[in-house]
Design a protein around this ligand. Structure first.
Ligand code: KMH
Ligand code: ZN
Length: 274
């Protein structure tokens, strides 16, 4: 098994400060949260930008500032969201790709998302994939429903995404695929054998699915985007606390944790320019 890549999903678009007082909002706070997550074992940070009032934004300038704040502090892989919030337009959602980050997320299908719809029609994900291909940005397929794998593979067949492929199975979003180990096994079985994958268990599914992924040879995402609690009813003190738990569990299960440069190698990303 390869070393374990831990992704810290620092902000998300939905969580508020009222729900989680330690949520990082400003670029400076997000940069600091990235550093702390890196020190706890994260190799990738997945980020949704926020306005100063806390509302989600896909503004390129805000993402640029966040990227700067992270890169000046630590060598983690910066992975902005192209999912944004459910009400963002396609044009808004694609703005962070213009910064040529090493990776960005890419959802290849529409699904329910709580009471809302997370809309990803074919024309959107083809446009997003083409843009990432042209700019050398590696997509992380965000899979909320099984059919999204078929659509991702169509992009590969059409030459819009080049291997090596990387998938993130987001399980437990209300309205989409639930957070069972059975679902995880089915999804892992449905992707090419040489693809890499990670799992994001939402809410109470975070730690059980992480443990399954560590044992199965996959990778793990944690953080406030997916889960704000450390234990049931007890808020986490930060993204780093959630990250550190995964690093600890990995040690117990005999998996070493990948550094950002080791993660680049595992994912087939170019080495970092120093
Ligand atoms: N906020 C969700 C509607 C992504 O980052 O690519 C979509 C999302 C996926 O979080
Ligand atoms: Zn996201």
């Amino acid at each position: 098994m390869s070393k374990l890549i831990i992704t810290a999903a620092l902000t998300g678009a939905e969580v508020t400060r009222d729900q989680q007082p330690h949520l990082p909002i400003t670029p400076e706070e997000i940069g600091q949260a990235a550093l702390e997550a890196y020190e706890a074992g994260a190799a990738i940070v997945h980020v949704h930008a926020r306005q100063s009032d806390g509302s989600p934004t896909q503004d390129k300038a805000v993402y640029a500032e966040i990227k700067r704040m992270i890169e000046s502090r630590c060598p983690v892989i910066f992975q902005p969201s192209t999912g944004g919030a459910t009400w963002h337009s396609a044009e808004e959602r694609l703005q962070p790709v213009e910064l040529n980050p090493e990776m960005a997320t890419l959802s290849t299908g529409t699904c329910n998302f709580g009471e809302d719809i997370f809309s990803n029609p074919q024309r959107f994900y083809e446009q997003a994939a083409r843009m990432m291909l042209e700019r050398g940005v590696k997509p992380e397929f965000e899979v909320f429903e099984a059919g999204m794998i078929d659509n991702a593979m169509r992009l590969v067949r059409d030459g819009l995404v080049k291997p090596p492929l990387h998938f993130n199975f987001v399980l437990g979003v209300p309205g989409a695929m639930s957070g069972s180990v059975r679902n995880l096994c089915f999804l892992v079985d449905s992707i090419p054998k040489d693809a890499t994958w990670t799992v994001s268990g939402i809410g109470r599914h975070e730690t059980p699915l992480a443990m399954a992924a560590i044992a199965m040879g996959g990778h793990v995402r944690v953080g406030f985007e997916d889960n704000i609690y450390f234990y049931k009813g007890q808020l986490a003190k930060g993204n780093a606390e959630l990250t550190a738990r995964i690093a600890r569990l990995a040690k117990e299960l005999g998996r070493e944790v990948a550094t950002p440069d080791e993660a680049r190698e595992i994912l087939g990303l170019p080495a970092r320019k120093t």
